[in-house]
Design a protein around this ligand. Structure first.
Ligand SMILES: [Zn+2]
Length: 359
């Protein structure tokens, strides 16, 4: 439930492929029949009179480009029409909370919620807390007022984060718990709250509502993957499509603090990996190495491309029932989850990871 990715919307991808400058229609070439692809066209070297020149080229058909990603994105855009919403939150700020970030939290949450106007049916204001590294005690007692951290799990987790991260502290979460949850930001006063964080956490609020507080039953690839999917969609709608690619690459690379090189996985290693991401954070889903975030995003893209937005919402809602989610998956998507992993999920993971470079 924790997003710490920083997306810099203005950072442009600078991967411009280098090609032979000379290849263009009418320019000289040296071997008849040879081909060269430049941009969106493939040129063929042809004889013209007694010269060899590149022809006018044919457009490269990129069937893989009408990709899972673009269909998924189009499906979100079609179904998630932003509508004005009333304020759905109750805000709590610690004594040292930075005013500018308070405003950012409020405007970004409101922006994010507009996309969920058709599905979010919570009527109670959802509690949002923002505290800095100096205000841990304030935060814990503020939760107590609403009995939001009954067993102290989140307090323990945040204390650990503070010890490890110090003035780089950057925690935010909607804890998966029975009954009311909350959104809390526990962020160093010297750091801005990352752009990607607020829409991502807002997705968890919607999940919490639609599952009737049973997000702890979701496989973590789904919980984190769809939070990334919709969160990235919303920041891309705001800052431009390129930001989606940036955020996706960052999500996919997030595993690299670990020691496993998932880009070298074969089919069966991927399958084993996916099964391990069916757990939750106290089980097999390893927060530390962040595997669920990138893998989950890719799986969520496939689901969004194939089934669309409404089915995704049906799938989320199914977690509110006392039904094994694997059965719900089959009922909604018409395929056994393990077969879907093997025939849809793994091929897409391998394809996407093959084209993503290291940082
Ligand atoms: Zn999350």
């Amino acid at each position: 439930m924790i997003a710490v990715l920083v997306v810099t919307p203005l950072l442009l991808s600078s991967q411009i492929s280098t090609t032979q400058a000379a290849v263009k229609a009418g320019a000289k070439c040296s071997k008849v029949g040879s081909k060269s692809t430049v941009g969106a066209k493939t040129f063929t070297c042809v004889k013209s009179g007694n010269k060899l020149v590149w022809d006018k080229g044919v457009k490269v058909i990129t069937t893989t480009k009408q990709s899972v990603q673009s269909i998924s994105y189009a499906n979100m855009k079609k179904s998630m029409l932003p509508k004005p919403v009333k304020n759905l939150f109750r805000y709590h700020y610690s004594p040292n909370a930075v005013k500018a970030y308070q405003e950012k939290i409020e405007s970004e949450l409101n922006y994010s919620m507009e996309y969920w106007a058709s599905v979010y049916d919570g009527t109670e204001p959802f509690n949002v807390f923002y505290a800095t590294e100096k205000d841990m005690d304030w935060l814990i007692s503020a939760w107590k007022t609403y009995n939001l951290d009954e067993y102290g799990y989140t307090a323990r987790e945040y204390k650990g984060r503070l010890e490890r991260e110090g003035n780089q502290l950057n925690a935010g979460s909607v804890p998966s718990q029975q009954g009311p949850s909350h959104l809390s930001f526990f962020v160093s006063s010297t750091r801005p709250i990352p752009d990607s964080m607020i829409p991502h956490e807002n997705v968890h609020i919607v999940q919490q509502q639609l599952t009737k507080s049973r997000t702890d039953q979701m496989p973590c690839w789904l919980r984190e993957g769809t939070a990334n999917l919709f969160g990235n969609f919303q920041i891309a709608e705001k800052y431009g499509l390129r930001v989606y690619d940036e955020a996706k690459r960052s999500d996919m690379n997030a595993y690299q603090s670990g020691s496993v090189e998932i880009r070298k996985f074969n089919d069966s290693e991927w399958f084993t990996h996916l099964k391990s991401l069916e757990g939750n954070f106290s089980g097999g889903c390893d927060y530390k190495y962040r595997f669920a975030y990138g893998t989950g995003l890719l799986l969520s893209e496939v689901l969004m491309a194939d089934g669309g937005f409404e089915k995704m919402m049906d799938f989320w809602r199914a977690f509110s029932l006392d039904v094994d989610w694997r059965k719900s998956f089959k009922d909604i998507y018409g395929i056994e989850i393990d077969i879907w992993y093997k025939t849809k999920g793994v091929p897409y993971l391998m394809q996407e990871y093959a084209r993503v470079k290291r940082y």
